[in-house]
Write a protein that binds this ligand. Structure first.
Ligand code: SAM
Ligand code: SF4
Length: 329
């Protein structure tokens, strides 16, 4: 069994983008009320007193858009300074990164994933869903700032949507030839509001790999914190290509992560809500920390049975209703 030592922490469920596959403009989303968000102190208590003692060592801050969290830089520094933290990373849409990259790096963040679904501003805006002034230039500036400051590895996440951005796969892959950037192609999941692209389906990673291989060739490779991605490289390229194939190849058997939502729910699986624990309610009602640690340990023991595969066989409720931003993507 995989050791589960990796926690994805959602800092906030809100976002400054409206990606069509996540929280499209006008969608009815039950946002978490401010008083129900974990406070910084509660989050740090959970990390120090619960997650580290039961074995978590690697943390990723996500959302919603994590850079919208007030005091995010201070929070990063507090988590980075815990002696047991072996790895601290963030997934962001990059819109606020140009101004924050330096401070985040100084605070101890070293790894960053930035979502970039398109190199074409018009396509980018079609996906990210804001009318008016294009947001692409600012995201690109955020990526450049992260590069300058020294984030390593610097990964770019691309959700591939048929008929929308799948024609750009070679251009996006080419970014890795001259730059030490790591482009990861993610199969589009029809969860939450995913069907807004009119049942356009998803592109299997194998098809993308073939397309890239036909153009340049591909060799197997490695990168820090690859998680469930299969890593390849264009021969001689400085960066790598990752393929995250949760639709075409179930990787539950090697899953090593749990998720903490911004309102304190600990979830063992992205798409299976069985077993989840409301840690915020427990903390606020004074449940002893030792008791909470025991509950989390028990959930860790159950993790192999609570997964995407089980969900497919219909054993879990609540699927396809929550978006990535609500679960903590
Ligand atoms: N706002 C940040 C961002 O976009 O990078 C962090 C949160 S976002 C929910 C995390 C990742 O989930 C992004 O890379 C996003 O593209 C991906 N994502 C969201 N909805 C998805 C879906 N339906 N299928 C596949 N990936 C999805
Ligand atoms: Fe926001 Fe990220 Fe969801 Fe896009 S994918 S709407 S950037 S949380």
């Amino acid at each position: 069994m995989n050791q589960v030592d990796y926690l994805r922490i959602s800092l906030i469920d809100r976002c400054n983008f409206n990606c069509q596959y996540c929280m499209p403009e006008g969608a009815e989303i039950d946002y978490i009320l401010k008083q129900n968000l974990l406070t910084d102190e509660e989050l740090l208590t959970l990390i120090r007193e619960i997650f580290i003692p039961v074995g978590f060592r690697r943390f990723r801050l996500t959302g919603g858009e994590p850079l919208l969290r007030p005091n995010v830089v201070k929070l990063v520094s507090q988590i980075a300074q815990l002696p047991e933290t072996e790895d601290l990373a963030m997934t962001t849409n990059g819109f606020l990164l140009a101004d924050l990259a330096e401070d985040l790096y100084q605070a101890g963040l070293r790894r960053i994933n930035i979502s970039l679904d398109s190199l074409e501003p018009a396509t980018f805006d079609r996906i990210a869903g804001k009318a008016g002034r294009s947001r692409w230039p600012q995201v690109w500036a955020g990526i450049q700032a992260a590069h300058r400051v020294g984030f390593d590895p610097l990964k770019l996440n691309v959700v591939v949507i048929p008929g929308v951005n799948d024609g750009e796969v070679l251009d996006l892959a080419a970014l890795t030839i001259e730059r030490q950037w790591h482009v990861r192609f993610i199969e589009f999941m029809p969860i939450g509001n995913g069907d807004l692209f009119d049942g356009c389906g998803w592109v299997p990673s194998a098809q993308l790999r073939q397309q890239i291989c036909d153009r340049w060739g591909l060799v197997e490779s490695r990168v820090t914190g690859a998680g469930p991605a299969d890593i390849f490289q264009i021969p001689g390229a400085k960066g790598t290509l990752g393929f995250i194939s949760q639709m075409s190849e179930c990787f539950c058997d090697r899953c090593n992560r749990m998720r903490l939502s911004a309102d304190g729910w600990l979830r063992p699986c992205l798409l299976n809500e069985a077993g989840q624990i409301d840690l915020k309610a427990a903390l606020r009602s004074g449940v002893p920390l030792a008791e909470l640690r025991e509950k989390v340990r028990q959930l860790l023991g159950l993790k192999p049975e609570i997964n995407f595969k089980q969900r497919e066989s219909g054993t879990a409720a609540g699927i396809y209703t929550r978006t990535m931003s609500q679960i903590g993507g």
